[in-house]
Design a protein around this ligand. Sequence first.
Ligand SMILES: [Zn+2]
Length: 245
Amino acid sequence: MISALERQRYQRQIGIKEVGEEGQERLKAAKVLVAGAGGLGSASLPYLVAAGFGAIRIIDQDLVELSNLNRQILHWTEDIGRPKTASAMDKLGRLNPEVDMESFQEKITNKNADALVGDCDLIVDALDNLSTRYILNRVAIEKGIPFFHGAVSGFEGRAMTIIPGRTACLHCFYRGRLKGKKTPVIGVTPAIIGIIQATEVIKYVLGTGKLLTNTLMVYDGLSATFNKFKINRDPNCKACGHLPS
Ligand SMILES: [Zn+2]
């Protein structure tokens, strides 16, 4: 049930026919894991929190650095040296105290990933490296929960929504490893991609609209274009090939 105060807070979105009070209750019942409180997380987190998801878990091992601040707008100059989790929790808690938030300042590994995802209903990929994405892609498949992929570089970004057993997973089209070097990026790119991820999460929980499943959406800021590429599920995929189609 949503309270009178919540009804007021979310009034403008409850008024959308795809949301309504029932949709708002669905958002409130959902527990979202956001893996990464960097550029992508700085965009998706405030909107997920503002939308009234019931519970949000944030994982990030890093401390705020000066070089983060061109894009990670959840963190401010005064936060340099603090854990990103603490900095994010501070601001988000003030944005919407109705949301039950928790954070873990940990590196996601093959060993701890299952426990870190815990009872979350879905995973937002706000990471900056492919190896950790593979770990969460695997855990999402094992738990049968959706995985909302996002990645950025320069003026370009991409997003895809993965529903294990039903749609292509990350491994179906990403192969091998990428070098671990830091990718240069302009702050507006993770902002756009993070908000697309948040939109996908909202649509998924509401059960409305058409998701970016089996579809890689590629945004090019320089030409101001969005392109969609069809991604087929690979029956021999190492991660999801064992699931029935
Ligand atoms: Zn796959």
